[in-house]
Design a protein around this ligand. Structure first.
Ligand code: DC
Length: 221
C-alpha cells in the first residue's frame, strides 16, 4: 500500500446502523470526498446478475470487476451509461452484495478501486472493513452499531417513507442473516478496529451521533 498523508475517517458497522447518512453528513461538514464501499459490492452483485454470472462464481465475478465502468455522480451511480442507484438499493442486491463480498478474490479486485477515493483534502469511507483492511491508517475510526430490532425498524420506516409497504419480521430476519454472513466470513469480516470508537446508536438521534463524530475527528485531524 502506498503511504498517504491524506486523512481518512473510517465509519464501519452493520447494515442500517446509520453509517451512510452519517458518513455523507460528516464528509460534507469537512469538505471531504465520500466512499460508499457497500455500493461497490452492490454494483458487483447487480453487474454479475446482469451478465448471467451466479453469485456463487467467485472467479468469474472477480474477472468481471476490472471491466466495469463505475462512476459515482452526485447522488447517483453510473454503470457505463446506466443510472443504477435505485437498482442496487433493493433487498435482493443487499443480499447479493453480502454473498459476493465473502470471496477473497472479489475483495482483492475492489481493493485498489476503493483506495483511489483517497484524495485531498480527505476522505470519509463507510463500510465493514474500512478501518481494519482498506484504510488501516485512518486518522479516525468509528464503529456504529445498534440492536437488530432498532435497525430493522429504521429500515421498515425508510421503506414506508419511500412508499414501499414491507413486513417488519421479514426485514428483521433478512438483516440478521446478513449480519451473520458479514460477521462470520473468513476474509475481512465485519469487525471493530482495535482503536475504533464504538457508538451504539439504538437510543441516539442522528444529530447527536454526528456531533460526537465531528468532535472526535476535529481532535484527531
Ligand atoms: O453497506 P451496504 O448494506 O450497502 O453493504 C452491502 C453488503 O456489502 C454488506 O452486507 C456486506 C458488503 N460489504 C462488505 O463486505 N464490505 C464493505 N466494506 C462494504 C459492504
Amino acid at each position: 500500500m502506498i503511504a498517504s498523508s491524506t486523512p481518512v475517517i473510517a465509519i464501519d458497522g452493520p447494515s442500517a446502523s446509520g453509517k451512510g447518512t452519517l458518513a455523507k453528513k460528516v464528509a460534507e461538514h469537512f469538505g471531504f470526498h465520500y466512499l460508499d464501499s457497500g455500493a461497490l459490492y452492490r454494483v458487483v452483485a447487480y453487474a454479475s446478475k446482469a451478465s448471467g454470472i451466479a453469485w456463487t462464481q467467485e472467479e468469474e465475478i472477480a474477472r468481471l470487476i476490472p471491466t466495469l465502468d463505475i462512476e459515482f455522480k452526485g447522488n447517483d451511480i453510473l454503470l457505463g451509461q446506466l443510472s443504477i442507484d435505485s437498482l442496487i438499493r433493493t433487498e435482493e442486491m443487499g443480499k447479493g452484495a453480502s454473498q459476493v463480498a465473502q470471496y477473497p478474490k472479489v475483495r482483492t479486485a475492489l481493493f485498489d478501486l476503493q483506495q483511489q477515493f483517497r484524495k485531498s483534502p480527505g476522505l470519509v469511507a463507510d463500510g465493514r472493513d474500512m478501518g481494519t483492511v482498506v484504510f488501516p491508517d485512518a486518522k479516525v475510526k468509528i464503529f456504529l452499531t445498534a440492536s437488530a430490532e432498532t435497525r430493522a425498524k429504521r429500515r421498515y420506516e425508510q421503506l414506508l417513507q419511500a412508499g414501499i409497504k414491507s413486513d417488519y419480521d421479514v426485514i428483521l430476519h433478512d438483516l440478521q442473516a446478513r449480519d451473520k454472513q458479514d460477521l462470520e466470513r473468513a476474509t475481512a469480516p465485519l469487525k471493530m478496529a482495535d482503536n475504533a470508537l464504538c457508538i451504539d446508536t439504538s437510543h441516539l438521534d442522528i444529530a447527536s451521533v454526528f456531533d460526537q463524530i465531528v468532535t472526535v475527528s476535529q481532535q484527531a485531524l
